[in-house]
Design a protein around this ligand. Structure first.
Ligand SMILES: Cc1cc2nc3c(=O)[nH]c(=O)nc-3n(C[C@H](O)[C@H](O)[C@H](O)COP(=O)(O)OP(=O)(O)OC[C@H]3O[C@@H](n4cnc5c(N)ncnc54)[C@H](O)[C@@H]3O)c2cc1C
Ligand code: SF4
Length: 558
């Protein structure tokens, strides 16, 4: 564990301006913004404080032993079920259903860094398309125009490489650095997509193609998806935001601090945040206000854990909406092998995308939209390739298997389709009634089954992927089954924003309707899911929230 020189050390009995819970994609931005704007800030983060020097190319430890996830199976189990009628169970030998990284920087440390802005339609589909029976399909209380300046700040201040595409919404500034150099998968995808009359474009990535803001460019190490970046070229908040927050001298990052309760006083205001420190000792940090940024699974869990006589169903939950409308984005995977080596194990994952199918199209016969990208995916690293990257119905051991490993590892790529996710009240995060973690907290219970339209959209994109790969000259193409997701890396919508306190948890400034000095800003704030890469929007929301929280604090309105 390491920490910057010069960051303050606040006493827990000293009231700070803000406690931020979670230091991930959203929490890292809020930490920098609020401390830069002059406030005293304590960030409580349950995971370790790693730096670039701590990251390694060890596939077994990082991917299979879930090093960056701290392997919740050991001390913080979760349960899963598809429907409320089933008993949720702990999945054995698999990553946890709520799949996220613990540590300073959160899941922005190990993510793949696809950074798509939402389109205007994403914020207002309910108005454009009308109601969807039996769902929580709704408009956002803000529109694209309101968020555009903050998308631009994410691109320039966190660091996003790219080039505007033909379908994207209007932008006020170009990307700060050009797209990453195209990979073999990108060249082939582009060739196949153009042959199909589509409009492939360079992929926007939260990865630096050139030095920016004192950080270096990517060195194309190839250990990117699921790994931390050893040179700080991936624009995690660990690399881009946390150092600047600490440099203010007003922000203390407190790692290995697991929050288990947000305490409120008799007036219903947050007055301290209760956590277990690195030694397992209970502490309580006094604060004037709290910002909850623990992600779309842990944020609702913490609110539900913070119930009281005043809030018997959980803090900020008079609506009963906390934990509801979990969205995860649907996906389809199509694998292909080519005659000549592609050597996809190098560099970043994605260099080309297709957004021709982004918008809803009634002629498809179902609701939805999505994007496609080309990447090594299951062939990035050797063990993953051996276990998941081989064609079906082939030997899984012996000399033929070894020959296949050698042949396919360099010749493979995949096309991923990422889709909308319909907000369903039947998909949610609740507290498991039976299972507890090693700290005595009820475990996360995820109930999740994709809407039929999400699966139809994923299949539609898979059909297009097969056509594109065929047009690109693939020798073999095979489909991964499109089925309901049991592991979600995009954790969205569980504390949705809205103007109506009876149908939403936070207002359009991320203030909890029920608790005036509690702000909630992370993936949980989403009203709809976008088309598959949510983190650009999570961070734009965080920049915007910080600006409004600052205004409220300066005006004495918190
Ligand atoms: C392998 C992988 C690849 C991905 N690739 C992409 C991609 O290409 N594009 C994209 O847009 N998104 C991607 N994502 C998703 C992306 O990482 C998340 O959307 C994003 O990081 C969520 O931001 P957040 O602020 O909501 O939460 P997080 O980044 O998860 O941060 C939450 C933080 O809160 C901490 N925390 C939680 N509970 C507590 C507690 N009780 N006490 C103290 N601290 C707590 C956590 O440890 C964590 O550090 C990927 C995810 C994974 C797993
Ligand atoms: S491929 Fe580039 S951005 Fe990704 S981890 Fe390696 S050096 Fe960092």
């Amino acid at each position: 564990m390491s920490r910057s020189e010069g960051q303050p050390k606040y006493n827990t009995r000293e009231e700070v301006d803000f406690v931020i819970i979670g230091s991930g994609a959203a929490g890292g931005v809020l930490a920098r913004e609020l401390s830069t704007n002059g406030f005293s800030v304590v960030v409580l983060e349950q995971g370790q404080y790693r730096t670039a020097a701590d990251f390694k190319h060890d596939e077994l430890d990082v991917i299979f032993n879930n090093e960056l996830l701290n392997h919740p199976g050991w001390n913080d189990p979760q349960t899963f079920r598809k429907f409320a009628s089933e008993t949720a169970v702990q999945m054995q030998g698999e990553p946890p259903p709520a799949y996220y990284a613990r540590g300073v920087g959160g899941s922005s440390v190990h993510f793949t860094a696809n950074y798509w802005r939402f389109h205007q339609s994403d914020f207002m589909e309910r108005s454009l398309l009308g109601p969807m029976e039996g769902t929580g399909f709704a408009d956002w209380p803000i529109g694209y125009e309101e968020l555009e300046p903050y998308y631009t700040r994410v691109e320039w201040e966190c660091g996003v490489s790219g080039q505007p595409g033909p379908f994207e919404a209007p932008r006020s500034r170009p990307y700060p650095v050009p797209p990453m150099p195209v990979k073999s998968s990108g060249v082939l995808f582009e060739k196949g997509a153009r042959a199909m009359g589509l409009h492939p474009q360079p992929a926007p990535l939260a990865i630096l193609s050139k030095p920016l803001n004192g950080r270096p460019a990517c060195i194309h190490c190839g250990f990117c998806m699921g790994f931390g970046c050893e040179v700080n070229a991936k624009s995690s908040t660990l690399a881009s935001m946390i150092p600047a927050a600490e440099a203010t001298g007003r922000c203390e990052i407190r790692p290995l601090s697991t929050v288990f309760r947000i305490q409120t006083n008799a007036a219903g205001r947050v007055n301290e945040v209760v956590y277990l420190d690195a030694a397992g000792k209970q502490q309580a940090q006094k604060t004037r206000a709290a910002v909850l940024s623990a992600n779309g699974a842990e944020t609702p869990r913490l609110l539900l854990l913070s119930e009281s006589a005043r809030s018997p169903n959980g803090l900020a939950n008079s609506s009963g909406i906390v934990g509801q409308y979990l969205m995860g984005n649907g996906h389809s995977v199509t694998q292909a092998a080519f005659e000549h080596p592609l050597n996809e194990f190098k560099s970043v994952q994605v260099t080309r995308i297709v957004h021709d199918f982004y918008e809803n199209d009634p002629s498809r016969g179902f609701y939805g939209g999505g994007g496609m990208d080309a990447r090594p995916f299951l062939d990035s690293t050797p063990i993953l390739h051996a276990l998941t990257g081989m064609p079906p119905d082939k030997p899984t051991w012996g000399s033929e298997f070894k020959q296949m490993l050698r042949h396919y590892f360099t010749r493979k790529m995949s096309v991923l389709g990422s889709t909308t996710s319909v907000p369903l009240a039947s998909n949610n995060i609740t507290l498991d009634p039976n299972l507890k973690d090693d700290k005595g907290r009820p475990a996360i219970r995820m109930t999740y089954m994709d809407h039929a339209d999400d699966l139809a959209m994923a299949t539609f994109l898979q059909d297009r992927a097969v056509e594109i790969l065929g047009a690109a000259g693939a020798k073999e193409i095979w489909r991964e089954p499109v089925e309901g997701g049991t592991i979600q890396a995009h954790l969205l919508g569980t504390c949705r924003m809205g103007n109506d306190p009876t149908t939403s948890v936070v207002d359009k400034y991320h203030r909890a309707h029920d608790v005036p000095n509690l702000f909630i800003c992370d993936g949980s704030s989403f009203v709809s899911s976008g088309r598959g890469q949510p983190t650009m929007t999570i961070q734009a929301l965080a920049f915007r929230a910080a600006e409004h929280i600052t205004r409220f604090a300066r005006n004495g309105e918190i």
